[in-house]
Design a protein around this ligand. Sequence first.
Ligand SMILES: [Zn+2]
Ligand SMILES: [Zn+2]
Length: 177
Amino acid sequence: MFLDVKELAVHKLNIRKSYTPGNIDYHTAELKQVEPLDVLATAELIDSQIRITGRLETKIELQCARCLEPVVEDVQRHFDLFYSPLPKDTKPEEERLKDLDADIGFYKGDGLFLADVLVEQVLLAVPMKAICRSDCRGLCAACGANLNHEECRCETHATDPRLAPLARLKQDWLKKQ
Ligand SMILES: [Zn+2]
Ligand SMILES: [Zn+2]
């Protein structure tokens, strides 16, 4: 859905949409939308700014930072956003919809895609680091075993989650021997 400033100049837009998984590109392999993304919002033009206000709801699958198993997070977010026209002298590398660290959003040309706005809001709503459960034991750093499911025979279990990908690599390597 494209929010066109020419249309918004005529009337405010009431949006009620549901995007099934696969319809929105999050440009990352680190998360996956697993339930429809429902959005209820209004878009209007205030001076030359597009204001989008509403709420979204979906479920997003991430990877547990400790054991690498999938974790599904409920995502609900209210938003009230303003997008200004991108200044004409902006260099191409600066042309992005929004700096995630700043509160300023921009649109280019005639408007912006609602899906792009929703992607930003979902990325802001998901936790930086997902854990499948608070007592997740992670992977054994020596053999890569998932300690939630099995005990391994290693003497010590390093629980540093940063070592988990390494452990998995080692496990794959051992399987090939
Ligand atoms: Zn886990
Ligand atoms: Zn082990």
